[in-house]
Ligand binder design. Sequence first.
Ligand SMILES: [Zn+2]
Length: 1005
Amino acid sequence: MKRLAAVVLTFALSTALFAQAKLNKKMNQTAGAGASASTSKTEYRATNSSGTAAQPNDSEYTNSIIKNTTDKMFLTEIVDHLPASAKVPSPAKVLGYPIGTPGKLTYTADQYRYYRELEKATPRVKVFTAPEKSEQGREQMLVVVSDEANLAKLARYKEITAKLADPRTTNEDVAKQLIAEGKVIYWASGSIHSSETGSPEMLMEMAYRLAVEDTPLIQAIRKNVIVMITPTLEVDGRDSMVDLYNYRKANEGKRTPGLIYWGKYVAHDNNRDSLGMALALSRNQMSAFLEYHPTVLHDLHESVPFLYTSTGTGPYNAWLDPIVIDEWQSLAYYEIEEMTKRGVPGVWTHGFYDGWAPNYMFYVANGHNSIGRFYETFGNGGADTQDRVVNQESGRDWFRPNPPLARVKWSIRNNINMQESAILLAMNYVGLNKDRFLGNFYLKSKRSVAKAKTEGPAAYVLPASDTRPVEASELINLLKLQGCEVQRLTKDTEVKEGKFAAGSYVVRMDQPYSRMADMLLDTQYYNVNDPRPYDDTGWTLGPLHNVKTVRVKDEKILAAPMTLIDGPVKVTGKVEGTGKAAFVVNHTAESAIAQLRYRLKDVKFSAAEASFKIGDKNFNAGSYIIKVDGNPADVAERLAKEAAALGLTATAVDKIPEVANHAVSVPRIAIVHTWLNTQDEGWYRVEFDRLGIPYDYISDQALGRTPNLREKYDVILFGPIRTSAQNIVRGTPAFNEKEGAIPWKKSDVTPNFALSPDQTDDIRGGLGIQGVANLQAFIAAGGLFITVADNASIPIDFGITTGVSIQDARQLQARGAVYNTVFADRKSPIAYGYDEGLAVYFNQSPILQVAAFGGGGGGGGGFGQPPTSGRPSGRGSTDDPDVVQGRVPIVIPSATPTPDPGQAAQIPPPETRPRIVLRFAAEKDLLVSGMLAGGSELAGKPAVVDVPVGRGHVVMFANNPMWRHETHGSFSLLFNAILNYDSLGVGRTVPKPADPAKATEEQDQ
Ligand SMILES: [Zn+2]
């Protein structure tokens, strides 16, 4: 795992690390010399190796292990040798080098080649291919290792865990028999995080050891456990990482890039996709889980020394059965004790992550009554041996009585030794306690089914009356992808929470995976006094999808007539009516509206500028009017086809609605990335690609090189990146002439970069001042520039916009959560299709501020700043007037401040002032889910601001409308801005210049 960090911070840390590593190079020669534990290690081995004498070791391989381990204390009797086999090839035989050889990292194709050789040579290994290929087209492999007798009965063992997973059809007596007959399944999953390089290497050696070795430990695991191995989960990123590592070796002494692209779309956030399942790797893990129902899913990470085994600090996820949290502790402390007994330093738990958000990959297990856990071991980000300094984690905190050493010489072999020893111990522990762990799995499943009547709720209902059937179906399909059952009411039903029409979706809480469904649909409350959250604090998917979900406690719902939905839900659209003049499509704020526009590019569309009626049917502002006259002859046919596919309803009319409207063009879009970090913008490409909305993907450097941006693009969307505008302008600095370029592109050493979403000869230099100037010209010439979250600072700090500033948070604590907003200007095209309010994802910054007259944008005090909220300090309650003692109480009427003549010149004319489209709700209504303190700083502040500049616009989003495939409800804010880029001024109330007071009311905070 990897904590989210600003680019700047990451850069600073790695620079510091590099510098310190250099400084300490000499000092560390003796680091870790105090390996006095080796005596007890030998004893331990002596008492445990009684049955091993018969099996010879592969001496060359064994020597490599010993040689490449920097100190005996990082070895155990489990991994200090490799048994020889005449029949089964060791990794060295196939790859040409023993695992953990410095300088060697293995591509996925070679990993797969090894596992296939292994499968050929032994009946103890089976190789499977996951259902989906990666986004770059690579295969995803699953390896199963166990005793040949177990593998011969693999189908039966899968059947047993499947039956234990569903206590509705498996009673206690049957369960007991199944537990006695069954096997635990332990799933080790390698390298979801591509810069964490050790686990794919370790897993190959572990597979060989499990297939070949005859020590009592390995024999016991083979007999009691079915081991599943995902050799590398992020296959695209792994191959890029091996390329990058080889490139670094070939260019020693030169500056080289970081791992800019991991998978096609996102970097470390591939491990935050368990909620949205947007990535093939998440869906593959989910489907493998539902096929095997493994007892444990163990995700292998590398970020902290030497071995952190997961439990978390709390607050723990409140939707999990507490039994699993106890299991985390039990397994972690077993590993710590066993590794500590062997004299290994620095194996610890607790103080790293919280255990709250369910967005991590291993929630594939945790969310489905199994055990999801992870290691963080110490990786060097490649395969070199390095002198490393351990800062914080070398402290002897209560949870770390045997801490990592403050300085250490560290090798990839050390890393492999730690992972492999500990995970084999854990596998054995789970195998020896089979009845307990399989019994717990059954019990947790049973309690999940009982949940509907024990703790409740009984169900969640998605009412059929929802006006966004396509978005509702998306949410239902996500639940189904997660293995949850969803039913549909066959009759109108009334319960305490309300009346639901036939066709409403029901997610029952008396099903095995009720925990996951509840986790996704319920609301979260994260107390700010709890430990600092590791990641998002709120994620309630109903509000984020803008889909109504009703939490129903009334158990009567469980008896309502309903049928189980088989397969994914598909909403089929239609054409209603028989009119010949035009088609009208209601704007529902669903993404399908934008998709329709791009699917019928050559067809003329216009958008209604106000709501209207046809018969008794309401149409929202923004609804499409597609006239037959002036459009291609086959428009009716094509519209019918696309509406059906997209789930939209088109109404054919004879009389064109009498409502003001404007043409909707098909804007040419650029999505911009930096070479500093491509993490967060990847989620935008996920959605645009999925929805089939075309765009050019360009770097900020390209903006600097392209003076005529307006000729090429209508809309430029600068993908979110968490750094300052100045850092974006500077980019990766070019220090001097001599150092040479830092390329990210395909070469003989980096063949896999050919599949990178973008390539460059030199990552140095960012947007540049010229890029800012080109952007400014683009906007002035009628383009739309869209910023997301912190990069609102680009137009603000470089003076492209007037009247908007970013306010520093003083008390606000709003870490990655769901907040209510209200539309401040429903006439803006950006608001088309929406109701009065919307729940959005917001993460701590920016707090946007729009000045009273659009002046004072610098964020300082004085004229142009809105008055601070609340009453002045003084006597009385919050509502009492401020009474100055010694004089009669005076009620001062509210009035607009009058600018002094010096400042008046700074005030833009009304039509160019920032237009607040969406605001954060009042403090009492602000929080939907997650964390909130100091909410007064955010309450009422702009969430979406449209700033006219020249002939164009800058639209700033304080919320992130495309976050981790979770915020479908906000997508239309972005698409509305894009589709109406040349009509954003529509519906704007321009106050009379003579009456600036009114303008203040309109525009003020
Ligand atoms: Zn990681």
